[in-house]
Design a protein around this ligand. Structure first.
Ligand code: NOJ
Length: 449
């Protein structure tokens, strides 16, 4: 295949709670995920797994960075644990926590790898949850302060930030029970969380720009993405409409990409918003809309999508449809169309901030980890991404999820997403076949695909 555009960057991603461990070391405060996991008896997390130790990256980060360099990784997206830096969320700063992230950033830079920071990847300080968490507007100022503290410390070293990771899943922690805090509240509360998340993003955006206006600030979103059954203009149109439809009986509005982005970028809810969202919207103080900031780029976490026909109907998958280890469908076409649809709606530059698959990886008799399915998955998705770019979608980079196997939230350690295997008994890291394959993709800027 012809190479990706010049300047396109390649990397990998992870998040604090999923890999760091050291859950109560060096002054770190507890987070809602510490609490969620520690409430055991199989209540929330498979096998009662916790992130207490995880990949122990808090202690082994130099080894991890060396492995990244060895595999040509150009950018590493990681998140900052808010309670490691500010143990109670809005009080005193924990110098050791801040120092850890500065050390990590310095190590990356010394190895020629661009650090990309996510400020919030779900590990909210428990003390803030006690005050209502993302339902309490006080969190907006607290998040802005946290962003400013991190940006000041890392000024001149970190160019690209993402304020929030997957607001859809943050809100899901309030509407559902599978992720922390797991409150299972009704739709109006979920709409309220989204609104506060938008204001918090905006506050953090301003705080980071106040430190250094040249910093690039976005957010990483997810949601349902659609792709057309047939590549006709009519079917493309139908898939576009379905992608941003908040009234679908197939897909809940609370997990669409636009329920978050429309407020920030269009400053309104989509006309298809259901009654519960419209009811909440009536309670919004009009001055809130003026506080909404933009994004300098949209980060898209994309794993799979749904096929839609010319009539705009979801097409049932055929029996035996390809699935990953965690039973997610393998739908490479989603890459092609999600970047086009997102570009059409918002017109902003984009980065694929996550993409990958979990496999039932194990160490084979030869001592190596062979993961042909992951290679096949990534290869197919990247070829489709290139089609979207060739049709004009301004995608600046691609981050594979994940550099290491890690703690997969309520699924615990059963799901392995890494291109590097982790033996959780010893912490040993073993690069999988996909790591060598990905190194080659990066080296050739995608030409070898
Ligand atoms: C999305 C999340 O951001 C990340 O934390 C998670 O591990 C991956 N997807 C895979 O589920």
């Amino acid at each position: 295949m012809s190479a990706f555009p010049e300047g396109f960057f390649w990397g990998a991603a992870c998040a604090s709670y999923q890999c760091e461990g050291a859950w109560n070391e060096d002054g770190k405060g507890p987070s809602i995920w510490d609490d969620f996991c520690h409430e055991m008896n199989g209540k929330h997390v498979k096998n009662d797994d916790t992130g207490d130790v995880a990949c122990d990256s808090y202690h082994r980060y130099k080894e991890d960075v060396a492995l990244m360099k060895q595999h040509n990784i150009q950018a590493y997206r990681f998140s900052i644990s808010w309670p490691r830096v500010i143990p109670d969320g809005d009080g005193e700063v924990n110098e050791k926590g801040l120092q850890f992230y500065e050390n990590l950033v310095d190590e990356l830079l010394a190895n020629g790898i661009e650090p990309m920071i996510t400020l919030y990847h779900w590990d909210l300080p428990s003390a803030l949850q006690d005050k209502g968490g993302w339902l309490n507007r006080d969190i907006i100022a607290a998040f802005g302060r946290f962003a400013g503290i991190v940006a000041s410390r890392l000024k001149g070293k970190v160019k690209r930030y993402m304020t929030l990771n997957e607001p859809q899943c943050v809100a899901g922690g309030y509407g559902g029970t599978h992720g922390a805090p797991g409150l299972g509240l009704g739709g109006e509360k979920v709409a309220q969380v989204y609104h506060i998340l938008c204001l918090a993003h905006s506050e953090a955006y301003r705080a980071i720009k106040a430190v250094d206006p040249t910093t690039i600030v976005g957010a990483a979103i997810c949601g349902f993405f659609t792709y057309p059954e047939k590549d006709t203009p009519e079917n493309r149109e139908a898939a576009y409409k379905a992608n941003f439809d908040l009234s679908s009986d197939q897909k809940p509005w609370s997990f669409t990409p636009n329920i978050f982005l429309d407020s920030l970028l269009l400053k309104k809810y989509d006309e298809s918003a259901p009654a519960v969202v419209r009811k909440f919207a009536e309670t919004i103080d009009p001055s809130d809309w003026e506080k909404m900031e933009t994004l300098d780029f949209i980060g898209i976490n994309v794993y799979n999508g749904d096929m839609v026909n010319e009539k705009g109907e979801y097409v049932k998958r055929y029996p035996g449809f390809p699935l990953t280890a965690c039973k997610w469908p393998v739908t490479p076409e989603v890459m092609h169309y999600c970047v086009l649809n997102m570009h059409r709606r918002y017109g902003l530059p984009m980065v694929i901030t996550e993409n990958g698959q979990s496999c039932n990886d194990r160490v084979h008799m030869d001592g190596k980890v062979h993961d042909p399915e992951r290679i096949d998955f990534l290869n197919r998705y990247l070829l489709e991404l290139k089609k979207g770019i060739d049709e004009g979608a301004p995608v600046q980079g691609y981050l594979q999820w994940s550099i290491l196997d890690n703690f997969e939230w309520s699924r615990g350690y059963d799901e392995r997403f890494g291109i590097i295997y982790v033996d959780y008994r010893t912490g040993e890291r073993i690069p999988k076949d996909s790591a060598a394959w990905y190194a080659k993709v990066i080296e050739t800027n995608g030409e070898c695909l």
